[in-house]
Design a protein around this ligand. Sequence first.
Ligand SMILES: [Zn+2]
Length: 92
Amino acid sequence: MGKTDLIDAEIVGHEGAHGVYALDNPAEAVELQTGINNEKAAIARHDGSFPLPPDVMNKINTSLNKTETFAQQTEQGINAELQANSKKKGGS
Ligand SMILES: [Zn+2]
């Protein structure tokens, strides 16, 4: 595997981990997506309804942080595994 392949694998692993997090936490995922949709709609309206109320924005950001932390941890695990395999094979 070349360096680009390793980076691609990490990206796929990271994005896939967001999917795994959503499947493991479906109610939170629906709530987060609804919040993001409402946020985007408020931005598009240009009527002063963005930002959404602080409690709503807080909930969105908390959920975003949770799924992002999970995805980054998964990515780090994949990176460590790929590095270990790469060293075993003597590749770059
Ligand atoms: Zn992410």
